[in-house]
Write a protein that binds this ligand. Structure first.
Ligand SMILES: *[C@@H]1O[C@H](CO)[C@@H](O)[C@H](O)[C@H]1NC(C)=O
Ligand SMILES: *[C@@H]1O[C@H](CO)[C@@H](O)[C@H](O)[C@H]1NC(C)=O
Ligand SMILES: *[C@@H]1O[C@H](CO)[C@@H](O)[C@H](O)[C@H]1NC(C)=O
Ligand SMILES: *[C@@H]1O[C@H](CO)[C@@H](O)[C@H](O)[C@H]1NC(C)=O
Ligand SMILES: *[C@@H]1O[C@H](CO)[C@@H](O)[C@H](O)[C@H]1NC(C)=O
Ligand SMILES: *[C@@H]1O[C@H](CO)[C@@H](O)[C@H](O)[C@H]1NC(C)=O
Ligand SMILES: *[C@@H]1O[C@H](CO)[C@@H](O)[C@H](O)[C@H]1NC(C)=O
Ligand SMILES: *[C@@H]1O[C@H](CO)[C@@H](O)[C@H](O)[C@H]1NC(C)=O
Ligand SMILES: [Fe+2]
Length: 627
């Protein structure tokens, strides 16, 4: 017995050497990989499920029961459901999938699927949880009771118990179906500024196609006569998606999107509105009643408060999808904004919106999460890599980050006042602010179509009336210390192309997302601080202040090891920026954390119109000697 012992030990140490080698390789692979992908993005939880591999092993003694069966009987669009699971052979990696529509078996697979064998299940669930999530004893007892929060997503739901983990799913049992009363109900209104300052747009989602019902908005000044305005209807199909998973397992019927243009608004006034659909027999289906305050007149001198953040994403309040594992800060950011909503006039979510990555069900859940904000103040979005990028589809970057959506979801579900919503650049005015929103996923370089737009947008700010000129793009076209790409600080090409414009048109602040943290620079031009002041700026606009505000919710990015002279404040935490314009000569920027809503960084700008006109380095057209 004593002889084999050293052999065993040798075997063991050889094995552990192999394990160590494997770990080293794994770590290297992960590091290398994160240089190409984005270190902070995480993995879409639904993409971990190998749903095509699912096999049926229905067990007569396994059961799943869900109740109540009928949801929304009091008009709710969201409700908690209890799901009771019993399994005769429980194991730790048993999991519960929520499917919608409820009938997910192969009879619902598209016939166009070019696989040899039709899979048993060909669409991903809308969310999932491990069976042991609410009851660690599940592995012993085989019994668990889980609560799910469902939102009205235009189809019924069923709950399916799988063993075999997410990689080799074996279907043990399926629940009864549960369903909302009116699956077509108009839901999740989101406001956006129209093409003119006195126009508000309302976009919502429903299950009513134009041939089934006529969409409209009933609206007017609060307490006064309400009028009805028509709305448009848009949708898209699986074939509009550019690649998997949006075209395959991630596809889900998106419903219909309606936009109404509420025009000729009085400035600064409280309006109420309701979404409606007129059925062919003349009766109307109504949403809840909502309200908003109309925008100020461009140039108007009054208190104006703007919130800006990027990269928020969504999370499930019921703990689904490995709770908070994908966008850990998303719900905190959402909740902080809701808390402060009566002190916010307009919101900019500057790209990486839902991180659905081709799992289309996630967009409903995102619009439901932000509804308390987006139904009350304009929710203006910019396009990010997670909305747009698919190789070979005209996106400037060749990543697969949109999961095949190629911009269609963002461009259809949210209105922006762009000439062409597939080219996601636009300008919008809000009182003393003029915003130029760029689209970092399309070419911005000198000579490009977008470059011309950016110049025109910046040039069109009448600085005497709109002193606060703001540039926005999703990727960091300006400055960040975080280095995903070999310490090269964002997209230096962007800086080379655009800094001339920022300087010439004296942009006050440029905002970026994509890098998941907060960072603020000095007023900067050509990599040089043009000012030694740190927090109370005044006088001429010698350079633009760059602010990265990508900590809306997705996995955080480190601030990076390199110390630069231009970086004045960095925080790798979840948060957002609030800009307050008190008047034409005073602006306050505050960085607030999503966890407590408190201010962790701030600065002010005080300046007169004369300071904006003053010629600074590269900041004016040449003058002639003629008098
Ligand atoms: C199901 O449970 C019944 C009663 O306990 C038992 O007789 C039967 O063998 C079980 N079926 C299977 C497939 O295990
Ligand atoms: C529940 O199951 C998951 C997935 O298999 C596992 O990672 C986790 O440790 C389990 N939790 C408990 C409390 O057993
Ligand atoms: C699959 O769906 C068809 C049609 O809805 C139904 O007849 C059949 O029983 C289902 N199969 C399973 C295994 O649920
Ligand atoms: C109109 O049709 C809807 C849906 O079919 C029905 O619920 C409603 O009662 C009808 N209204 C009238 C006035 O017939
Ligand atoms: C994008 O996905 C395609 C198809 O899976 C793959 O061939 C390509 O390498 C991916 N591109 C990147 C940049 O990851
Ligand atoms: C602008 O607002 C700031 C901050 O409230 C105030 O100190 C300043 O006096 C105001 N300036 C004018 C011209 O009203
Ligand atoms: C969310 O906010 C809570 C309450 O402030 C805090 O305890 C928690 O750490 C925050 N979560 C994240 C991921 O920051
Ligand atoms: C800003 O530019 C002006 C004009 O070029 C110059 O006079 C002034 O000193 C500069 N200010 C700072 C703080 O560099
Ligand atoms: Fe991004």
């Amino acid at each position: 017995m004593s002889v084999p012992k050293p052999q065993m030990e040798e075997g063991f140490s050889f094995l552990s050497l192999k394990v160590v080698l494997l770990l080293v390789l794994l770590v290297q692979f992960t590091v290398a990989d994160s240089h190409h992908k984005h270190a902070g993005d995480g993995v879409q939880p639904l993409s971990k499920i190998q749903i095509h591999r699912a096999v049926y092993e229905l067990h007569e003694n396994a059961s799943v029961k869900a109740y109540p069966v009928l949801l929304g009987t009091k008009g709710e669009d969201s409700q908690w459901v209890t799901v009771e699971v019993a399994s005769p052979k429980p194991s730790e990696d048993d999991w519960l999938a929520v499917f919608s529509p409820a009938n997910f078996n192969s009879s619902t697979c598209p016939s166009t699927d070019d696989r040899q064998e039709t899979p048993n299940i060909c669409s991903a669930p809308i969310k999932y949880r491990f069976a042991n999530d609410s009851n660690a004893d599940y592995v012993k007892t085989g019994e668990a009771s889980l609560k799910f929060q469902l939102i009205n997503q235009r189809a019924d739901f069923s709950f399916a118990l799988f063993s075999g983990g997410l990689f080799s799913p074996k279907l043990l049992a399926v629940s009864n179906a549960v369903s909302f009363v009116n699956l077509n109900a108009p839901l999740y209104p989101r406001l956006a500024q129209g093409k003119y300052w006195d126009e508000m747009t309302v976009t919502w989602t429903s299950g009513y196609n134009i041939i089934e019902a006529v969409p409209f908005v009933e609206w007017g000044l609060k307490g006064e006569a309400q009028i009805q305005s028509p709305a448009g209807t848009l949708t898209f199909h699986r074939e509009s998606m550019c690649a998997p998973p949006a075209r395959t397992v991630g596809w889900r019927d998106p419903g219909f999107f309606h936009t109404s243009f509420l025009k000729n608004l009085w400035p600064n006034s409280l309006y109420t509105y309701k979404l409606g659909h007129r059925l062919s027999n003349g009766s109307n289906i109504w949403s809840k009643s909502y309200h908003f305050k109309s925008s100020p007149y461009p140039g108007q001198d009054s208190l104006q408060r703007v919130v800006i953040f990027g990269d928020m994403g969504k999370a499930e309040r019921d703990g689904s999808n490995e709770y908070n594992a994908y966008q850990p800060g998303s719900l905190n950011t959402t909740d902080q904004l809701i808390k402060d909503l009566d002190k916010i006039d307009i919101v900019f979510h500057i790209g990486d919106i839902a991180y659905a990555n081709g799992y289309i069900s996630q967009w409903d859940q995102f619009t439901s999460q932000v509804e308390p904000i987006a139904s009350v103040v304009p929710y203006m979005i910019a396009s990010g890599n997670h909305e747009r990028d698919v190789p070979g589809t005209g996106s400037f970057y060749d990543g697969n980050d949109s999961g095949g959506e190629c911009g269609v979801l963002a461009e259809t579900m949210f209105y922006v006042p762009a000439e062409n919503r597939a080219k996601f650049w636009y300008s919008t005015d809000y009182g003393m602010f003029h915003f130029c929103i760029a689209d970092s996923e399309h070419d911005w370089r000198e000579g490009s179509e977008q470059y011309k737009f950016i110049e025109k947008c910046l040039a069109s700010a009448d600085r005497q009336k709109q002193p606060w000129l703001i540039f926005v793009a999703h990727r960091v076209l300006g400055y960040t210390s975080s280095s995903w790409r070999d310490g090269s600080f964002g997209e230096p090409m962007g800086r080379e192309s655009l800094q001339k414009l920022w300087q010439k048109y004296k942009v006050d602040i440029a905002f970026f997302g994509h890098v998941h943290n907060y960072e603020r620079t000095c007023p900067i031009y050509q990599n040089q601080c043009v000012n030694t002041e740190k927090s109370h700026y005044s006088g001429t606009v010698n350079g633009t202040i760059h602010v990265v505000v990508g900590g809306g919710g997705s996995h955080l990015t480190d601030s990076g090891p390199v110390q630069t002279t231009w970086s004045l404040f960095r925080d790798s935490d979840f948060g957002f920026v609030k800009l307050t314009a008190f008047n034409h000569s005073s602006l306050l920027l505050e960085y607030k954390k999503s966890s407590d809503g408190k201010v962790y960084d701030s600065f002010t700008i005080s300046r007169d119109y004369r300071d904006v006109l003053a010629c600074v380095h590269d900041g004016c057209e040449p003058t002639t000697l003629a008098t």
